[in-house]
Design a protein around this ligand. Structure first.
Ligand code: RUQ
Ligand code: CUA
Length: 618
């Protein structure tokens, strides 16, 4: 959540929220008394034991957390909550040379930032399979990270027609699709129409991105033209509800201006229920109209692809239970969350149990599709699941997590969070078979829980033990801005490689023997093939002419774990890191005359400091 939304919410929740914050944010107690929720010393020892991963021991889970507008993904070990890696996705990251070499620079395009929100691990039969991680970004993009090497392999977009891709990336149970949707409706096709015409001439878009089952390659498959609401969150149906996708939206008022007031007039907003198989079929039958190169379905002309489920006003998260029978969603200022029954939704569709329509999309009758309103507490945002029908809902206004039971709808426990929780993540907690064990609250504020670092405070994550009836706070961890959603996967599901095998390197400029290294010239184009191996670059110097277009191709011929080499070329803004077995290229024009040193940036051996060379530009 951006700071903008945060302040907007504070505005809307008004007195209630401020009162809640005032009680939560009292000056901190001494650290020893605060530990493990201020419990007795034995509780502290117990909590410490549960999170202690001894030196050399390994965590049992990985947590992949969105890094918000840092444009990155942070990887943690659970339960230690130790930060293991940063995966740069939409932002250059000098530590790994991302965004400096030709391939990653091309992938990033013109944008030097991205605002990521919802990671989605690839699934097989509704369970994480450990192959890929997808993540959305507000500038209309979606990325795929390969979990074999924890590297970003593809960035799709910015895609046409949709704007502000927040309700994304949510994969379907066999990773057939990832979703994208509009937060800020715009004219479709994109053209300048004044904001006064918002209600009639602006449109939302829900998009299906097809994923190749073998390679993970993403391709924009279709879009659905939607009313100009703000699409917010989503979750794929599974088992009982497989084939459907649910996405929340607010601003059914179609208002502009101060949305915190203008978009809160009606009592209900909507969850869109998309029959994605029907959408796929309609597009295959040629029912889409091509707008800006994309096949777009208009629900007025193609009925049956999408329905609207009324929901408490200004909903945020929507989450499908592990068996797929219930869809959980609520207004974010309510005191209850609604459990919608998938069977009843299907019956209502069959019986045309509608109360009206929005731009031709039928609106289902709330009373006919709901099973229960669960009194979870104030400000319900997101729900995660444990085994045996347990559900955990984050409460922004109450600054707590409520534990409740699917089916009986009783709320059995509430754990306070410090402070103002947004998303939460349970171990495999959005799959068909949640693990339980751990739950992490991803909080928006961390006030007073750590040594001060000035006005920009770190964000906080709190680890809870959920093995027993009562949830227990175990640990506070802090992170850079800005956590949104995170997913926690069993560590043994991820099979990483430690070097790129030599015989898999098919790069046309790869050189594995120092004999083949050197400079070739073709007119003003110069190619420099470099070999990097402990502790030398070959060649250790090369000459080019001013104005040449230079491509430096570096192969790290090591086949040993952790033996990375870097290539920093001073004054040319070039900084590349080459992993063992990898070849990377960087292309630039030799604009500055003189002598410029290049050196290895990654400590690689006792003679690392000797790993250097010169580029002479004449
Ligand atoms: S948001 S605090 Cu971007 Cu997912 Cu919910
Ligand atoms: Cu190679 Cu340091």
């Amino acid at each position: 959540m951006t700071r903008f939304i945060r302040s907007a919410w504070i505005g809307v929740a008004g007195v209630v929220l401020l009162a809640a914050l005032a009680t939560q944010c009292t000056p901190s107690q001494p650290a020893s008394r605060r530990a493990a929720g201020g419990g007795a010393q034995s509780d502290v020892a117990l909590a410490a034991q549960k999170t202690y991963v001894a030196p050399g021991d390994l965590d049992t889970y990985y947590m992949f957390a969105s890094g918000g507008h840092s444009g990155q993904v942070y990887v943690y070990g659970v339960p230690s909550m130790r930060h293991l890696a940063t995966i740069p996705v939409f932002t250059p990251y000098p530590a790994t040379g991302y965004g400096f070499d030709d391939d990653s620079k091309k992938m990033l395009g013109d944008l030097a930032w991205g605002d990521v929100h919802h990671p989605a691990l690839s699934e097989t039969k509704g369970d994480y399979d450990g192959r890929w991680l997808f993540i959305n970004e507000m500038n209309g993009r979606l990325a795929r990270i390969d979990l074999r090497d924890f590297k970003t392999k593809q960035i799709l977009g910015p895609v046409p027609n949709l704007h502000g891709n927040h309700a994304s990336s949510f994969v379907t149970p066999n990773t057939e699709y990832a979703m994208m949707a509009t937060r800020f409706s715009v004219p479709v096709p994109r053209r300048p129409i004044s904001v006064d015409k918002y209600a009639t001439d602006y449109k939302g878009i829900i998009a299906g991105v097809k994923i190749d089952p073998k390679s993970g390659e993403m391709a924009l498959a279709w879009q659905i033209l939607m009313p100009p609401f703000d699409y917010d969150l989503g979750d794929a149906g599974k088992l009982a509800s497989d084939g459907w996708m649910f996405l929340t939206s607010y601003n059914s008022e179609r208002a502009t201006g101060k949305l915190e007031v203008t978009a809160s007039q009606r009592d209900r907003d909507y969850i869109a229920a998309v029959d994605w198989r029907a959408a796929e079929k309609a597009v295959n039958e040629g029912k889409g109209e091509v707008i800006d190169g994309v096949k777009v379905l208009d629900p007025k002309k193609v009925p049956g692809v999408v329905y609207l489920m009324p929901c408490g006003k200004s909903p945020h998260g929507v989450d499908v239970s592990p068996d797929g029978k219930w869809i959980i969603g609520s207004g974010k200022l309510q005191g209850v969350t609604t459990a919608f029954n998938f069977e009843k939704i299907q019956t209502a569709i069959r019986n045309k149990d509608f109360t009206g329509d929005e731009d031709g999309i039928p609106v289902l009758k709330y009373e006919s599709i709901k099973d229960a309103e669960v009194p979870v507490g104030l400000g319900p945002l997101h729900t995660q699941f444990g085994p045996d029908g347990w559900a955990y809902t984050s409460l922004f206004v109450d600054s707590a997590i409520a534990k409740w039971k699917l089916g009986t709808w009783e709320v059995v426990d509430k754990a306070p969070m410090s402070y103002s929780i947004g998303h939460l993540s349970a171990a495999e907690g959005d799959t068909v078979s949640p693990d339980g064990n751990y739950l992490v609250g991803l909080n928006k504020l961390s006030h007073g829980r750590h040594l001060s670092v000035g006005p920009s405070q770190p964000e906080s994550s709190q680890l809870l033990d959920i093995t027993e009836e009562k949830m227990k706070l175990l640990y506070d961890a802090f992170t850079e801005p800005e956590p949104h959603y995170a997913q926690i996967i069993k560590a043994d599901k991820i099979k990483t490689i430690e070097v790129y095998p030599k015989d898999e390197n098919k790069h046309p400029l790869a050189v594995w023997d120092v004999k083949d290294a050197g400079v070739t010239r073709n007119g003003k184009k110069v190619t420099v093939k470099l070999v990097a191996v402990r502790s030398t670059f070959t060649p250790s110097s090369f000459e080019v002419n001013a104005g040449d277009e230079v491509t430096v191709a570096i192969t790290n011929i090591e086949q040993t774990t952790d033996e990375l080499h870097g290539f920093g070329l001073l004054d040319y803004n070039i900084n590349i890191v080459i992993d063992p077995g990898e070849t990377k290229t960087v292309t630039f024009t030799a604009k500055k005359n003189g002598v410029f040193a290049y050196y290895c940036t990654n400590f690689c051996s006792a003679l690392h400091q000797e790993m250097q060379g010169y580029m002479v530009v004449k």
